[in-house]
Design a binder for this molecule. Structure first.
Ligand code: ADP
Ligand code: GLC
Length: 497
């Protein structure tokens, strides 16, 4: 490949905002290829043909028939564009495996689909076929960039093909771990369904603690492994945060790095956001007060500008630490604070959130469900955004908060540690502070941070200073996309220009 040719990179994942989303992965998958194209790379997407994507794909062109595969008789590779996107998108049309409504991973009974092994093996397998130049005669990637366990077999199939074939320049692989807790583990008895050579069933392949583990395979075979913040990249090397994969990650540590996510600053822009009550920006913050008033009114909270509103938008899972926040809340409410929470997930947590709101209806409002527009209204109308996660690979809501002058209050881990500068006396004085960041996922530490937030709230000039510093922080994809581009160049042996 000539030095001036655009790098061809194929991103592959199970989710893509806004059509299929269970978390921040979807946002990254929609935004990063777009940012790479803006940086003049030839970035494309490969996604499973889930109904929402299949129905939305515009001008689909049939590229190849690749079935039968993984139990599906008909597997067709399509290429087209998703709405509002300029990223060429390949979709695997395999109705037998993908034509199921709702959550991409779970059936109507709330349990994993029993054939998730086949459903996501197919994704990695097609990525590898594309990388071998076997499906699209007009385009072959230099790099396959797989996200999370769903796509993590891509590097495995690429390695398997590479040992079987000769004469074709091998595409390189990158695996990004968005959350090490989700690994794609299956019974070892199902190895035969993977269409892999038998040696791959050993510890040198994808065997892991007597099971099959997609993420382990990806970590083992990817040319580079990234995760979504430098701090998380260090944390996962420890037994405490390594989810049993720390040993392998330490073994591959020279291939591992962390790049903090950006956010789509066209979608998350308080000056142009049509979902919020009034626009605002760092120079004109009057609109933010109107957004707060509208939020208080919408949720029947006491309408006082003097009460600090703490917003929370989150999956309700133990990772997110909201049980701690609920326990710490009485003191916040006692000091006149309010809270608006949007989330769904664990039924016991949903119940606890509802109960908290019922006990203090003019100070706490909880909306159980999933609602993008409401997420925007909460980010815009709150004074603080709370992210008390026990661990957090990157986290996106604190980035939205920074952009909307909604000061993050976070546990100092993972991407939260890398994106929020604590309002210590020195940091405020030196005009570096962007939020509150506490160490230790314990009630005392969280309560102390909430107390400090109340104190700062009662000092409006200092609050404004932190808010302005937060809004001045670059949260766009520009810098992260540049870093990914550098990583690809390094892999392809190109020198940075
Ligand atoms: P994770 O991916 O671990 O859930 P992130 O902070 O990276 O955490 O991303 C979560 C994304 O999902 C954000 O875009 C956030 O706004 C969104 N989100 C989470 N819960 C909800 C909800 N109940 N309604 C709307 N958006 C939500
Ligand atoms: C995962 C992580 C989250 C991260 C997101 C996008 O869901 O839990 O921290 O922001 O992926 O990378």
């Amino acid at each position: 490949m000539g030095k001036t040719a655009a790098i061809r990179v194929l991103h592959t994942a199970a989710e893509c905002f806004p059509l299929v989303k269970t978390g921040g992965l979807a946002d990254v998958v929609a935004a990063l290829p777009k940012a790479l194209r803006a940086a003049k790379l030839d970035a494309r997407l490969l996604l499973p043909g889930l109904p929402a994507l299949r129905e939305a794909l515009k001008s689909p062109v049939e590229i190849a028939q690749c079935g039968p595969a993984f139990g599906a008789a008909r597997v067709t590779l399509l290429r087209g564009l998703l709405p509002d996107s300029t990223v060429p998108t390949y979709l695997i049309d395999a109705p037998w495996l993908y034509a199921r409504p709702g959550n991409p991973y779970l059936g109507p009974d709330g349990r994993e689909w029993p054939d998730n092994l086949q459903r996501f093996a197919l994704l990695g397998w097609v990525a590898a076929q594309l990388a071998m130049g076997e499906l699209d005669p007009a385009w072959r990637p230099d790099i396959v960039h797989a996200h999370d366990w769903h796509a993590a077999l891509a590097p495995v199939y690429m390695a398997a093909h590479a040992t079987a074939a000769t004469g074709v320049a091998r595409a390189r692989s990158v695996l990004t771990i968005h959350n090490l807790a989700y690994q794609g583990r299956f019974s070892a008895e199902r190895f035969g369904d993977l269409q892999l050579a038998s040696w791959m069933s050993s510890p040198a392949g994808i065997e892991f603690h007597s099971e099959l583990c997609f993420l382990k395979g990806g970590i083992q075979f990817a040319d580079r492994i990234t995760t979504v913040s430098p701090t998380y990249a260090r944390e996962i090397l420890t037994p405490a945060e390594g989810h049993q994969l720390d040993g392998l990650l330490r073994h591959r540590a020279d291939r591992l790095s962390g790049i903090v996510n950006g956010i789509d600053t066209a979608i998350w822009n308080p000056a142009t956001d049509t979902a919020i009550a009034a626009p605002f920006d760092a120079g004109h913050t009057a609109g933010k007060a109107l957004c707060k008033q509208a939020l208080q009114r919408e949720f029947g909270l006491r309408q006082t500008p003097g009460a600090p509103v703490l917003g929370v938008i989150s999956r309700l899972s133990p990772q997110k630490g909201l049980d701690l926040l609920l326990s710490a809340l009485h003191q916040w409410l006692g000091a006149g604070g309010q809270m608006v929470m949007l989330g769904s997930g664990d039924p016991a947590l949903e119940h606890a959130c509802r109960a908290t709101a019922q006990a203090a209806p003019d100070q706490v409002a909880v909306s159980i469900g999933y609602d993008e527009a409401l997420a925007h209204r909460i980010i815009a109308g709150s004074d603080l955004i709370g992210v008390p996660s026990r661990f957090e690979p990157c986290g996106l809501t604190q980035l939205y908060g920074l952009r909307y002058g909604t000061i993050p209050l976070v546990h100092q881990v993972g991407g939260l540690a890398d994106t929020v500068v604590d309002a210590s006396e020195a940091a405020v004085r030196e005009d570096r502070a962007t939020g509150f960041s506490y160490r230790g996922a314990h009630l005392d530490e969280l309560s102390h941070a909430l107390r400090r937030a109340i104190d700062l709230w009662h000092n409006p000039p200092l609050w404004q200073r932190v808010m302005q510093r937060a809004m001045a922080q670059d949260t766009s994809w520009h810098a992260p996309a540049t870093r990914y581009a550098e990583l690809y160049k390094g892999l392809l042996g190109q020198v940075a220009p």
